[in-house]
Ligand binder design. Structure first.
Ligand code: IYR
Length: 331
């Protein structure tokens, strides 16, 4: 796979394609980042962007993981000390997941975001941005609580991070796109360069196929889940034999979350996927790509129950090293 393919595969959006193409001409040593508000246990949402970071490392890029402690503080996730303790566990799980230690730099936001120069730039950005604009940038990240001033400062700091970490590329879930658009608009006003961004899709809730998979509501899978938990969650997942399920009775759009997990989590990390079946049910099925598996589910060749059993096995293998790490940290 060439660098352009590695950077863009499974991306929902690339801003802009031309800028990313330029980057792929000589990706070796270029710096990309994702920022995470620290949380003690990684879940499939974190791992989706981590998959992209692994792709970037394979293309020769250096990866910066911003442990966004000050951002989590602004977003009322606890005291800075509490947030930093969970960040250390997060770091260990990322490495266990398969990020290349040599090409991964972990940076705490608070190590540079309180510096004088950064703070001055932040105040300049505050002058250059309307409250309405900052609030819109945060809408997807913050949820529906009351907007505080901290929520408006948050996207401006995220904008400055791109400059202060000396990056060539920003990566994030699609929920980060409005912040990245704000950054593209505002960085030049401070005479800083615009950087391209790559956005990964937001996956649907596992049980309903609706909305977005989240750690606070609905069902996701985390590094803390046991093999039995993973099996149980995947077995009760929504999995009609189609890629395009009908909306539910209230008109809510639905996805097939089992197929999404194969596409975005399993195939990028495994050379092939084997569905084990007894001879009397047709014997094993082997897939090297997502498309033929999805086609077999649609045609009825692959039964949803077999797809789920297989998905649970592969997801379990992906989270097992992180689960082990968490256990070690606890002992
Ligand atoms: N907004 C992110 C956290 C975050 C990301 C980046 I990229 C930053 O520079 C700072 C914070 C989230 O929603 O988790």
């Amino acid at each position: 796979m060439d660098a352009y393919e590695l950077l863009t595969r499974n991306a929902e959006e690339v801003v802009t394609d031309e800028e990313v193409r330029d980057l792929t001409e000589d990706p070796e040593g270029k710096r990309a980042y994702v920022g995470y508000e620290p949380s003690g246990v990684l879940h499939l949402g974190h791992l989706l962007t981590a998959n992209k970071l692994i792709d970037l490392q394979e293309a020769g890029m250096e990866v910066v993981i911003l442990l966004a402690d000050a951002h989590a503080y602004l977003n009322e996730k606890g005291s800075l000390e509490e947030i930093q303790a969970t960040a250390e566990r997060m770091k260990a799980q990322f490495l266990a997941y398969g990020l290349d230690e040599e090409r991964t730099e972990f940076v705490y936001g608070s190590t540079f975001q309180f510096d004088e120069e950064y703070t001055r730039d932040l105040h300049t950005l505050e002058q250059a941005t309307t409250m309405n604009r900052a609030q819109r940038a945060m809408a997807e990240i913050q949820g529906d609580e009351t907007v505080k001033v901290s929520h408006l400062v948050y996207p401006l700091m995220q904008t400055l991070d791109i400059e202060y970490l000396d990056l060539d590329l920003a990566v994030g879930g699609l929920d980060q796109r409005k912040v990245h658009m704000l950054a593209r608009e505002k960085l030049p006003e401070l005479d800083y360069e615009v950087r391209p961004a790559i956005h990964t899709p937001i996956l649907a809730d596992l049980t309903t196929g609706e909305g977005k998979m989240s750690s606070s509501e609905g069902t996701t899978i985390s590094m803390e889940d046991s093999t039995a938990d993973v099996e149980e969650k995947v077995n009760s997942a929504y999995c009609p034999p189609t890629r395009d399920p009908e909306p539910d009775d209230e008109g809510n759009e639905r996805e097939n979350p089992v197929l999404e997990l194969f596409e975005y989590h399993v195939f990028p990390r495994f050379e092939e996927v084997v569905v084990e079946r007894p001879e009397e049910y047709g014997g094993d099925l082997t897939y090297e790509d997502y498309e033929p598996l999805a086609a077999d589910l649609e045609s009825g060749e692959l039964h949803p129950a077999d797809a789920k059993g297989t998905l649970a096995t592969y997801l379990d293998e992906l989270i097992a090293p992180g689960r082990e790490k968490l256990r070690e940290l606890r002992d």
